[in-house]
Design a protein around this ligand. Structure first.
Ligand code: TGC
Ligand code: FAD
Length: 394
């Protein structure tokens, strides 16, 4: 005789992980989740289908919510813990990786670069309005022929009197065509340096990249710099060498460690609910052992990923997090999130391929997440170098 079903446990409640969060962290998470469910989730499938987002309106909404540069201190930023920032990323990515991308690039890349390396004047000029979502920023590191190896960049800046002249092309730049300011990394006689390029500067253009099958609810653009003349005060005074941009990547990669789990959680919640409702061969799909094996494996990976994210977050809040540890988190959590999204898709059968359900949208988005902010191969090599002391990049 079959026993009657008991009350289901949420996958993340299985390990009672909420007990590891502080009250303020739980409150921030609840606020972001409620706002995301109210203002973003109802529209996201439509944005994805059209391949268009109302970027300005979204930036203001996210600024109003306080998530833009939320882990930074001063200049209109909230100064929250790293864990709180991670949880916000998770809630945003539970809606769509593209929305978390907007926030990552604005707060952890463009704002962080200015906050960390900018002059006081640059910080006052850009940060408060970026925190409010009135200005949008982008971060141009990748080039058509220099992605995993940014040290091979060709974009260059040459001095002309006290001015700088920039030439080159950046590729795959999130927020690029809607940005008010682009943080552009260029080769100079003094090594790699960062420049603030305001939109509308003569010689600067940002054509949007279309026909994407992933991150369709996100703006991606090329940045073209054709003899762009910038004044002396456009350079970020605090950044010299490749460690400048790579240090910014640590911030955004950390957000992804949490964010990717949001997408995975949304897929798993959807799959569990679907499996309980769907009847196959006269019984609920959820009642079959093969289904439960899939769900159990996914819940275990989601819980392990969450433990890892929280551990890294606590290390970051203690000022002890290393780039190699971030690589462990980014590699594992994105790899598991994409595996979960793909497995959930199988449980939804044909319904899984539509935008009626979020799973294939998440899986497609996670293809980008697997590649950007350091590909899974790059993070494996970072970990391999830490383990052996030998670099295998070149
Ligand atoms: P290498 O010789 O190892 O290092 C050059 C200098 O940089 C320092 N460094 C770091 N500093 C801070 N944080 C890190 N994670 C760092 N990694 C290296 C290093 O100490 C050295 O400093 P110094 O003072 O001695 O000069 O550099 P390499 O050329 O061998 O490259 C290493 C490698 C492959 C790990 C690195 O280039 C890399 O991470 N490649 C991946 C590139 C990448 O992730 N690009 C992302 C672009 S932005 C983006 O994708 C945004 S997506 C949108 C979104 O986030 O939503
Ligand atoms: P490549 O570097 O050409 O890599 C191709 C393949 O080779 C990968 O599998 C890679 O892992 C592998 N590979 C590379 N080196 C090695 C090696 N040494 N050993 C073994 N295998 C190797 N960049 C920005 O600067 N700013 C942004 O805002 C931004 N937003 C993005 C948004 C989207 C939607 C996407 C898809 C990308 C974005 N990027 C951005 C670019 C992203 O960071 C790069 O795509 C990424 O760093 C990989 O570079 P690549 O695409 O040139 O691939």
């Amino acid at each position: 005789m079959k026993s009657s079903p008991s009350t289901p446990t949420h996958p993340l409640a299985l390990l009672a992980l909420d007990g590891l969060l502080g009250d303020e962290e739980r409150e921030i998470r609840a606020t972001v989740r409620a706002a995301a469910d109210r203002e973003l989730r109802p529209h996201v499938a439509g944005w994805f289908e059209k391949g268009e987002i109302p970027a300005r309106e979204l930036a203001r909404t996210l600024g109003g919510l306080g998530v833009l540069g939320m882990h930074l201190e001063g200049y209109g930023c909230a100064g929250t813990s790293a864990v709180a920032y991670g949880l916000a990323c998770m809630e945003l990515e539970a809606v769509d990786s593209g929305l978390r991308s907007l926030v990552s690039v604005q707060g952890s890349l463009a704002m962080y670069a200015i906050w960390k390396h900018g002059s006081e004047e640059q910080k006052q000029r850009w940060l408060p309005k970026m925190a409010a979502g009135e200005y949008i920023g982008c971060f141009g590191l990748t080039e058509p022929d220099a992605g995993s190896d940014p040290g091979a960049m060709r974009t260059n800046a040459k001095r002309d009197g006290s001015d700088w002249i920039l030439n080159g092309t950046k590729m795959w730049i999130t927020n690029g065509s809607v940005a008010d300011v682009a943080v552009v990394w260029a080769r100079t006689e003094e090594g790699v340096r960062g420049f603030l390029v305001p939109a509308g500067t003569p010689g600067f253009s940002a054509p949007e990249i279309k026909m994407k099958l992933s991150l369709r609810a996100s703006v991606t653009a090329e940045l073209v710099l054709d003899d762009v003349r910038l004044p002396a005060d456009a350079v970020l005074p605090g950044a010299r060498g490749l460690s400048g941009p790579l240090g910014c990547l640590n911030e955004a990669r950390f957000g992804i460690v949490f964010g990717a789990l949001g997408a995975a959680r949304d897929c798993l919640e959807t799959a569990i609910s679907y499996a309980k409702d769907r009847t196959v061969f006269d019984r609920s799909l959820a009642s079959y052992q093969l289904t439960q094996q899939k769900l159990a494996d996914m819940a275990v990976e989601l819980g392990k990923g969450m433990l890892l994210a929280l551990h890294l977050g606590r290390l970051k809040d203690a000022g002890e997090l290393t780039p190699e540890q971030i690589s462990v988190g980014k590699l594992n959590n994105v790899r598991e999130a994409i595996a979960i999204a793909r497995e959930c898709r199988t449980l939804l059968g044909a319904n899984g391929i539509t935008l009626e359900y979020p799973v294939l949208r998440h899986a497609n988005n996670l293809e980008s997440v697997l590649t950007y902010e350091g590909t899974s191969e790059v993070h494996s090599l970072v970990i391999g170098k830490a383990l052996t002391g030998e670099q295998a990049f070149r």
